[in-house]
Design a binder for this molecule. Structure first.
Ligand code: FAD
Length: 530
C-alpha cells in the first residue's frame, strides 16, 4: 500500500485503531468516540485526511468527553472488522456513545457536509444526546442554564472562576468553549441564553455572544475580547490567573527523563513577575550560559563536523545577537579564537577557560547563573533552558531580517536560511534531549529546504514551534502555569487570529509583523522583573 497506508501517523492528534483494539476501545468507554473508517486506496479519503487532522487538532482538548479516531479498512488485518461493522463505503463516520455495550456497532453519520465545523457540531450534538446516566464521565452539562440557576451565583465567593457564556439558542460557541476548557481546572463554564430576559437585565448584556465572569472573590466583570470568536473566549479563560491544565493520572504524552535532566534545577530565586509581551535578556544569557558551560561540557573535545557546527553557531550568535554588550564581546572573542586556530580538535576545557574569561579580557563576561525570567517554570524540570533556546533562535531569525548583511563573509551567507540550518545542525549534534532532536530533524527534513528567504525563515520557525506546542499540550513537559497553546495568543496579537468557515486560521501577514516586533532588539528587556 506504500505511502498511502500511512495517511495517519502516531504524530497526529487522533487514535489509530485496528481490528485488535476497535471494540475494546469504543465500547464501555468513559468517553464517546467518533471513528472514520477509511480506505487508504480511496482518493477522496486521501484528500479528506487533512480535514480530519484539522478537526482532530481542533477538538484535541475534548478527548476526555469525545475522542476522534481512524481505522484503515484497506489493511488486510482489518477486512473482517470492517465487514462486521457494516462498512460499505469510504469514508464512513460512526459514533459510539460513552458506555455503549460491545454489541453496539455504532451509529452512522449520513450528513453530506463533512467540513470541520459541521463535524464539530455533530460532536457537540452527540454529547448532548446522551441520556444522563450514560453521559461521558468527564463531560459537564452542555445544556443552557436558566437565570434561576445562574443569578444566585452572583456575588458568591468560590474557589474557582465561573464564566457564563450568553448567546443565541442556536449558537455552538458556548458549548465549544465548555469543551475547550474541559482539561483546565480553576474555571467552570456555563451557558445562558439571549432569550432569558431576567439574565440579560441582571447582567446588562446586549451583544451576543458575551462572557460574564464571576471571580473567586465574589466580584464580577465582563470578559473583554477583541473578537467574539471561540478561540478568543477559550484563550482568555485559559490565561486567567490560577487556571491550570489538569494532569490526569493516566495522562499520555511524556516528559522524558531526558527532558527533566535537560532543564536544569531551578535556582532558588524567588518568583519574578514578568511581562509576556517582552523578551528578557536574562533568559537569553542564562540559555547561553547553560549551553556553553553545561550542554557543551558533555563533549570532552570537539573535532571534525562537531567543531564546524559549533564554530558556525558561535559565528551566528556573534553576528546576530542583538544589543552588543558583554555577551557579544565574549562570542566575538570566542569566534575569533576558534577561527584563528588551525587545530582539528579543541578540548572543551579550552573553550570553558575562554567563556570563564581566564585571560581577563576587558568587557567579556557571561553570567554564571541561571536566572530565568520569561522562561521561569512553576516547578523543577519545567521550562528554563529549552524555552531560552527557542527564544534565542526566534530572536536570531528576526535579527537576520533586520540586518541582512550581518552574515556577509562568514561563509553562512550562501545558505537560504542560515539561522535555521545552524539551528538544525546544533540541535542534531548537541541538544541534550535526543527525542526532541529527532522530532526536529524529522520536521526539518520534511520542509526546511523549501525556505527561500528571511521572511519564510522567521515563519518556518514560528510554525514549527507551534507544531511542537500542539503536540506537547497536555503532556508532562507542559508547565500547568504556562500551558502550551498556539502562539501568539489572541491577547498578545488579536489581528493574528481569524476564523474561516468556523475554523481558526492565522493571518500570516500579521503574525509576521508581530514576530518582527516581539523579537526585535527594542523589545528586549534588561530587567529581571516587571
Ligand atoms: P516553549 O515552547 O519553550 O516556548 C518559549 C517561549 O517562546 C514561549 O514562552 C513563548 O513566549 C514563545 N513561543 C511559543 N511558541 C512560539 C512560536 N510558535 N513562535 C515564536 N515564539 C513562540 N519537548 C518535548 O517534551 N518533546 C519534544 O519533542 C521537544 N522538542 C523540542 C525541540 C526543540 C528544537 C526545542 C528547542 C525544544 C523542544 N522541546 C521538546 C521542549 C519544549 O518545546 C519546550 O521548550 C519546553 O517544554 C518548555 O516549554 P515552555 O512552556 O517554556 O515554552
Amino acid at each position: 500500500l506504500g505511502a498511502a497506508a500511512r495517511l495517519y501517523t502516531e504524530e497526529d492528534p487522533l487514535v489509530i485503531l485496528s481490528s485488535g483494539n476497535l471494540t475494546p476501545t469504543v465500547s464501555n468507554s468513559s468517553s464517546a468516540w467518533l471513528v472514520q473508517f477509511y480506505s487508504s486506496w480511496c482518493g477522496h479519503c486521501i484528500q479528506y485526511s487533512s480535514t480530519w487532522k484539522t478537526l482532530a487538532q481542533d477538538v484535541k482538548d475534548w478527548q476526555r468527553a469525545i475522542s476522534v479516531a481512524v481505522l484503515d479498512c484497506a489493511q488486510e488485518e482489518n477486512f473482517d472488522i470492517c465487514k462486521d461493522y457494516g462498512i460499505k463505503f469510504y469514508p464512513t463516520f460512526k459514533y459510539f456513545r460513552a458506555h455503549s455495550p460491545q454489541t453496539d456497532k455504532g451509529t452512522t453519520y449520513r450528513g453530506a457536509d463533512r467540513e470541520v465545523q459541521s463535524v464539530r457540531r455533530l460532536m457537540v450534538n452527540i454529547l448532548q444526546n446522551h441520556t444522563r446516566p450514560d453521559r461521558p464521565d468527564n463531560c459537564p452539562p452542555l445544556e443552557a442554564h436558566s437565570s434561576a440557576d445562574l443569578l444566585p451565583l452572583l456575588g458568591q465567593r468560590s474557589n474557582h472562576y465561573t464564566a457564563i457564556v450568553i448567546e443565541d439558542p442556536d449558537s455552538y460557541i458556548g458549548r465549544e468553549v465548555i469543551l475547550d476548557l474541559l482539561q483546565f481546572s480553576g474555571v467552570e463554564v456555563r451557558r445562558g441564553l439571549s432569550s432569558d430576559r431576567p439574565l440579560l437585565d441582571a447582567l446588562k448584556i446586549t451583544v451576543f455572544p458575551s462572557v460574564y465572569l464571576l471571580h473567586p472573590n465574589g466580584s464580577q466583570t465582563r470578559l473583554h475580547v477583541e473578537k467574539r470568536l471561540r478561540c478568543f473566549f477559550s484563550s482568555s479563560l485559559r490565561l486567567l490567573p490560577g487556571v491550570q491544565r489538569r494532569h490526569w493520572s493516566d495522562s499520555s504524552g511524556f516528559r522524558t527523563s531526558q527532558m527533566v535532566a535537560l532543564t536544569p534545577k531551578q535556582s532558588n530565586n524567588p518568583w519574578r513577575d514578568f511581562d509576556r509581551s517582552k523578551v528578557y535578556t536574562a533568559d537569553l544569557e542564562s540559555g547561553l550560559h547553560y549551553l556553553l558551560r553545561v550542554e557543551l561540557a558533555t563533549h570532552s573535545s570537539l573535532e571534525g563536523e562537531e567543531l564546524k557546527i559549533f564554530k558556525d553557531f558561535v559565528t551566528l550568535v556573534t553576528k546576530l545577537y542583538p544589543g552588543g554588550g558583554s555577551v557579544v564581546k565574549l562570542m566575538e572573542t570566542l569566534s575569533d579564537w576558534l577561527l584563528s586556530l588551525p587545530l582539528q580538535r579543541i578540548p572543551y576545557q579550552a573553550i570553558l577557560d575562554l567563556v570563564d574569561n581566564k585571560m581577563r579580557i576587558s568587557g567579556v563576561f557571561l553570567g554564571a547563573e541561571l536566572r530565568w525570567v520569561g522562561c521561569q517554570g512553576s516547578g523543577a524540570g519545567l521550562r528554563g533552558y529549552p524555552c531560552s533556546l527557542w527564544t534565542l533562535f526566534h530572536v536570531l531569525t528576526v535579527q537576520h531580517e533586520t540586518r541582512p548583511m550581518a552574515l556577509d563573509n562568514t561563509g553562512l551567507e550562501a545558505e537560504a536560511a542560515p539561522v535555521l540550518q545552524v539551528m538544525r545542525r546544533y540541535i542534531r549534534t548537541f541538544f541534550g534531549c535526543e527525542e526532541c532532536g529527532r522530532h526536529f530533524e524529522h520536521a526539518a527534513a520534511a520542509s526546511m529546504d523549501r525556505v527561500q528567504n528571511r521572511e519564510q525563515q522567521i515563519l518556518w520557525l514560528w510554525n514549527q514551534h507551534n507544531m511542537v506546542n500542539y503536540r506537547l499540550a497536555g503532556s508532562l513537559s507542559d508547565d500547568p502555569l504556562f500551558p502550551k497553546a498556539p502562539w501568539p495568543s489572541p491577547a498578545l496579537c488579536a489581528s493574528c487570529h481569524e476564523e474561516k468557515d468556523g475554523v481558526h486560521v492565522w493571518n500570516q501577514d500579521n503574525v509576521f509583523r508581530f514576530l518582527l516586533h516581539h523579537y526585535a532588539a527594542s523589545n528586549l528587556s534588561p530587567y529581571h522583573s516587571l
